[in-house]
Design a binder for this molecule. Sequence first.
Ligand code: ARG
Length: 586
Amino acid sequence: MASVTSLSDSVQQHLASALTATRPEAAGADPLLRRSDRADYQANGILALAKKTKANPRELAAEVVARITTGDELIEDVEVSGPGFLNITVADRAITANLAARLADGERLGVPLKQDAGTTVVDYAQPNVAKEMHVGHLRSAVIGDALRSMLDFTGEKTIGRHHIGDWGTQFGMLIQYLFEHPGELAPAGDVDGEQAMSNLNRVYKASRAVFDTDEEFKERARRRVVALQSGDKETLDLWQQFVDESKVYFYSVFEKLDMEIRDDEIVGESAYNDGMPETARLLEETGVAVRSEGALVVFFDEIRGKDDQPVPLIVQKADGGFGYAASDLTAIRNRVQDLHATTLLYVVDVRQSLHFRMVFETARRAGWLGDEVTAHNMGYGTVLGADGKPFKTRAGETVRLEDLLDEAVQRAAEVVREKARDLTEDEIQERAAQVGIGAVKYADLSTSPNRDYKFDLDQMVSLNGDTSVYLQYAYARIQSILRKAGEVRPAAHPELALHEAERALGLHLDAFGTTVFEAAAEYAPHKLAAYLYQLASLYTTFYDKCPVLKAETPEQVENRLFLCDLTARTLHRGMALLGIRTPERL
Ligand code: ARG
């Protein structure tokens, strides 16, 4: 299905042909159309064209204006302003007719499909086995899930990879500790996922303490890693128990997050174990990696640490063990060669950006990442507490993700209870879950991913301001109006003159397709969030200024209901792309 041309695209095309007609030698010149507060749009492209063709910009602008058709079909009025800008006012008729086409477009609401769609492997939501999830794992899950939906919606094929930490030194430590302290871990099946998880967490801490203080234990733990990596049965069995219990736990947290995680996409570090020796061999044979003090490492001229010493990427340790880098390098071979990825996207804490720089560079040198494959680490910032320091409990401990989510839902329940008094307790809990989890996701997604943000539940569930609750209320309010309208159906009436607030809302609705498309391409969910917030604000103004069910004529009632309807559908779609629900009633 061909996508609907937005009004701004039509205006842009009209201007481009006027430019070409005026200066045929400059065919293809960009009119540079932008929304403007002086008029509906402003076009600044004439300045560049004037420079190029050595013309006087204002005179050139006047020539272009003479070639623009005005009337009630598309452009109502165009004026030259400033040094040679064009201020453009579009016709009310054009706004309404275009929005009607968008509604007729069904689910897509005018969002174009990518021409050259490829396959993006999205590496996100990667907690660590035998460890509890904390607020740090929230961002990767929430951002990754939103980016994935957005990319899918523009036609890109996405494959998820949850590169869970289920391999490496810490398992040697953990398994060795359990061998030496039998009885510390309850037999599998005796406890539920959450209990097993807190057991594992306790054992993890205990083993860590020994590991950090006892050199001999450290050595035994190192040997245990080698046993694990070479497939020793006893070791592997205990390891598998951790993994299974941890997965049960992960699923319960992701469910709380209202996020679907597929089992076949949980492909942790261990999955690349068998390929790691080959990765090392290939790197060594091609000279990309070299032996240094027994270890196999890759050096980079530009990456240096203290004292200007080069910082290497360690592919294989001197004791033969493979680590984090080896699994990531092997994963790249798999994702490019077997999954045929054209883009590798890693939604991982910005503190790992150096790791990814080195891994990508190594893979490029080895020829595993060709020119046709893009690799990108969408490094996100830290979640901060009210004090501006990394988020911790009052006692200074890491906050468990489940506790945090439970608290958000509890706060949301207060808000919901306050607003709607005639609900049953079950209804309150259901809505509270959608409001509370939505609030947490939105607070995360509405900040540019690379920035830190403060985790502030009071602000997150506030009804005023840039919050998901505000957007959810706008949506629910529209649904209530549509219900009240009863038999009267929304219908577009392009012949009607529009109120200023209707025009502003309509022009913003027109930008949905471009916004989603660009936000997906730029991996910028916050741009979609900002768009939706502005949509809800413009809707609020419209609702204050323009009576809907009590409008002057039946046509005007229908046309305003139509604007309500399209706004609701746009909010619903946009929020869904961010992974946030829009309850029908609140
Ligand atoms: N499990 C890792 C951590 O918690 C994140 C994994 C990121 N993905 C990757 N391919 N390295 O730090």
